[in-house]
Design a protein around this ligand. Sequence first.
Ligand code: VGL
Ligand code: ZN
Length: 197
Amino acid sequence: MRALIVIDVQNDFCPGGALAVGDGDEIVAPINALMADFEAVVLTQDWHPAGHSSFASQHPGKAPFAMTEMDYGPQVLWPDHCVQGSEGAQFHPKLETTRADLIIRKGFRPAIDSYSAFFENDHATPTGLEGYLRTRGISELVMVGLALDFCVGFSAVDAANLGFGVTVVGDHCRAIDLDGSLAAATTNMQNAGVTLR
Ligand code: VGL
Ligand code: ZN
């Protein structure tokens, strides 16, 4: 069985949002059109409590997009985004959410960020998505969404390492591209055996 995994197509990652990814809204219609081809559709939703530790606003003297060291390793500091219950955390209004079998939220623990839909940024704390997919007999994943070089890329690498067959459709993604992050994500996906098309 094959699932379409739609990563973080939320207002804050679209033009006008707090952490806008260039042309992020252009992928909404093509993603909607793709859903009919899949037996399962899963949406992920970045879902941070106010004052989340990945927000630059919580680190005096640090600007958005600066790096810091967390207990679990290096972490980019982001503008406040996708705060639980906010307009910015809602899915893009044109995203076809009724078709989704599962909506999985991530990044809700105050002290740890979660780019991947499978593990938080300590690469150890599971989100539960692996168990959901396996118990449904899903072994092939197609991933699309925002942002290609962060949440899509980390999700794809984790999924491939867990043994899923993974394809990322580049046309249906957009990237932040911060200090070479897109090149790094591309290399990491290729090394993990992710198919990029
Ligand atoms: C994302 C940065 C922070 C993403 C989420 O969805 O790619 N990036 N939170
Ligand atoms: Zn986030």
